[in-house]
Design a protein around this ligand. Structure first.
Ligand code: GAL
Length: 691
């Protein structure tokens, strides 16, 4: 194992990249800013005015044809790109590069009427219809054939056009839980291949001896009805893998078609950060992954009374930390410029919040950010959705002004920037990975054992302290090299196998510091319990046996004691039986197992293993465990209040305040302010540069 991080810890500002340089964006630009425009929504006489104004506000690219299949192929096999050519021409006239889209989210009506078999079918039997969007089944061979034909025409037309910088596939393509007969057929084929055409292998994997579920042929297998409470969960696990693969294959095939013609244009798509769906990063030929993010739509996840206008302080941070590691760079395709139309409540963002989100995207290391959308629509589903300009098409909205300000500020930074990888040593030392595989989420979700279990809340109890430390965090998959991270946390990593446990062990023996949490490695990859003592797959690694686990009623919290402090818990608690060499960091303080261990720590080889067998009620215990661990490891951490985050890129430090009161940042001695002041108001930003 290469201990790459050790070599990095010298000097003050270091090149911390572990990723290959991407060829698509010029480092000197720092980030490009763009806006969605739908020429087909507006009278052609207004296009030039709009694109010119977009340029005058500072935007550098626009985004076309996302939902325009009906205009691009008005009749089957008859294509019309002339109107789009004129729009591209005008964009170029005003120095706006174009992101071209494949418009597969909106098939034209002729397609749905002539080939109704393309329509997506829900689990309850509802067949979707024309008149909205995203109603076509990715499993349908007819839909795919017609989509690919249209995409190939488009790619042939624009693939060699230097005015087009890149491509966005589909729109927010997610995993479809589709009960269309084509999906069922596809599922059977997927299973045949996975289980080598041997139905007994499948029966074994799914444990079908239970409740007479046994199959004698693949043709007897239907898509699982997840609404049936006790449906075989091994089958659901495979179904979710299949469903993710369908989305991944559909996008990958689109990407490869475009790449036949486009040699100098990137290809990505605008994923919703659905961390639990298992598709992000699965279309391997995409050049990088991008995301869409909305911050204010009626939830109450912000800080304090005005928090609902500012948004969850870590929502963009987490998306950055999840998307960036996939290919080493990322962009943000959609960020709201003001009120949206689809929330439970659609409030005005707090003045400053739009700019704060833009800086949050930048802080994570993105290469571009784009807003949905330039103009507020006058008709259709999204009439109440703000744009950069309002309903008259010319008046710049407050959010539009904040975009213009951000763009101006980025231009100021361009003259002062270092390479993206230049980051201070103290920051790189805190680098931490969170190992994530959505299959663990799927598996636990069908067998929570306690209604209060929430996998995302569990992960958040570790993520929050890391961001309070000012740590750079990467969510990584098992495909990554663990050795790049001084600390790696695998929260509730339920499905495992010997290979993974061996890799964890090797990581630790070579100097890695592994944190495993409750529910980890209890099942194999099919979701079965190994025929061995419960939880023993990782006993050799953690040095613990598990006596049993307990789950409590919400009104009767349990308590755990650590270093004289008491923390409460309810959802999941493992009663551990550690080897002599293990340190016990926390014990249960109540019930018939009072005094027994809940958290242990051990050294192994050159590294350490921390095992947290309990999920606390409010994250206090998890914070204390990480505090103690980082102190033991000699990793210097910050103590930022919730709502304030700090990241570094290009030699700049970026401090963001999502809190409800001003925050004073102690500027390091060797630093100079670039944007703002160290007294940072709510929804404001401070950017400094280390000299
Ligand atoms: C996104 C979607 C966009 C637009 C937007 C409205 O989820 O990708 O096409 O509908 O929401 O806020």
């Amino acid at each position: 194992m290469k201990k790459r991080w050790i070599g990095l810890f010298c000097g003050c500002m270091l090149a911390g990249s572990v990723f290959a340089q991407q060829p698509w964006f010029d480092e000197k630009d720092l980030t490009l800013t763009g806006a969605y425009y739908y020429p087909e929504h507006w009278d052609e006489s207004q296009w030039e005015r709009d694109l010119k104004r977009m340029h005058d506000l500072g935007f550098e690219f626009t985004h076309f044809a996302e939902f325009a299949w009906a205009q691009l192929e008005p009749r089957e096999g008859v294509y019309d790109f002339a109107w789009l050519d004129r729009a591209v021409e005008l964009a170029a006239k005003y120095d706006l590069k174009v992101v071209m889209c494949t418009s597969t989210a909106t098939p034209p009506v002729w397609l749905s009427r002539k080939y109704p078999e393309i329509l997506l079918k829900s689990e309850d039997g509802t067949v979707l219809d024309h008149g909205a969007r995203q109603h076509a089944s990715f499993a349908s061979p007819v839909y795919r054939r017609l989509a690919y034909r249209m995409i190939e025409e488009l790619a042939r037309h624009y693939g060699n056009d230097s005015r087009i910088i890149g491509w966005q596939l589909d729109n927010e393509p997610t995993v479809q839980f589709d009960y269309n007969p084509a999906a069922e057929k596809g599922f059977r084929e997927f299973l045949r291949e996975k289980y080598h055409d041997d139905i007994n292998e499948l029966n074994d994997a799914w444990g079908t001896a239970f409740w007479s579920e046994v199959y004698s042929s693949f043709d007897e297998i239907n898509l699982p009805k997840t609404a049936q409470m006790f449906m075989n969960h091994h089958q659901i696990l495979d179904y979710r893998r299949f469903a993710a693969k369908q989305t991944n294959d559909f996008l990958n095939e689109q990407c490869l078609l475009i790449k036949k013609y486009a040699k100098n244009q990137w290809v990505t798509t605008n994923y919703i950060p659905d961390y639990d769906k298992g598709h992000i990063g699965g279309s391997k030929d995409l050049d990088f992954v991008s995301y869409t993010r909305y911050m204010v739509y009626g939830d109450d996840e912000g800080v304090g009374r005005t928090g609902f206008r500012v948004g969850n302080p870590l929502r963009i941070a987490m998306a950055n930390d999840f998307f960036r590691p996939v290919k080493g760079t990322y962009g943000v395709m959609e960020l709201q410029p003001g009120q949206v139309n689809w929330g439970t409540i659609n409030p005005q963002p707090l003045p400053g919040a739009v700019r704060l989100w833009l800086w949050s995207v930048f802080a994570g290391g993105s290469d571009f950010v784009c807003t949905y959308r330039y103009r507020q629509p006058l008709y259709g589903t999204e009439q109440y959705h703000y744009g950069i300009v309002g309903t008259d098409g010319v008046t710049v909205t407050p959010g539009g002004e904040e975009y213009a300000k951000f763009i101006e500020e980025i231009r100021l930074l361009r003259g002062k920037a270092d390479s993206k990888d230049v980051k201070p040593e103290s920051y790189l030392k805190r680098r931490t990975a969170i190992l994530w595989n959505p299959e663990n989420y799927w598996s636990i979700d069908r067998q929570k054992q306690n209604v209060t279990w929430d996998t995302f809340r569990h992960v958040d109890k570790y993520y929050r302290p890391l961001k309070a430390y000012g740590a750079p965090v990467d969510f990584i998959s098992e495909e990554k090299d663990f050795s790049e991270y001084p600390v790696m946390i695998a929260p509730a990593y339920q499905l495992a196998d010997k290979e993974l446990v061996d890799r964890w062990t090797e990581y630790v023996e070579n100097g890695g510091n592994l944190v495993l949490t409750c529910r980890t490695a209890q099942k194999d990859r099919f979701g079965r319990l190994p025929e061995a003592p419960f939880g023993s797959m990782i006993s050799g690694l953690t040095g613990n046996k598990m006596e049993f686990y307990d789950l409590l009623l919400p009104k009767y919290s349990g308590t755990v004691k650590m270093d004289g402090q008491t923390c409460s818990w309810n959802t999941w608690g493992e009663i551990l039986c550690p080897d002599q060499g293990n340190e016990v960091w926390a014990t249960y303080a109540q019930d018939f197992y009072e005094g027994k261990p809940a958290v242990t720590f051990r050294r192994l080889g050159k590294g350490t293993v921390t095992y947290v067998g309990v999920d606390s009620s409010d994250g206090q215990l998890e914070r204390m465990v990480l505090d103690k661990l980082y102190a033991r490891l000699g990793i210097d951490v910050m103590d930022l209040p919730y709502g304030v985050t700090l990241e570094y890129r290009n030699g700049f430090g970026i401090v963001l305040n999502y809190g409800d009161k001003p925050y004073h940042f102690s500027l390091p001695q060797n630093a100079e302010a670039v944007i703002g002041t160290p007294d940072i108001n709510t929804a404001d930003v401070f950017v400094f540069r280390l000299k």
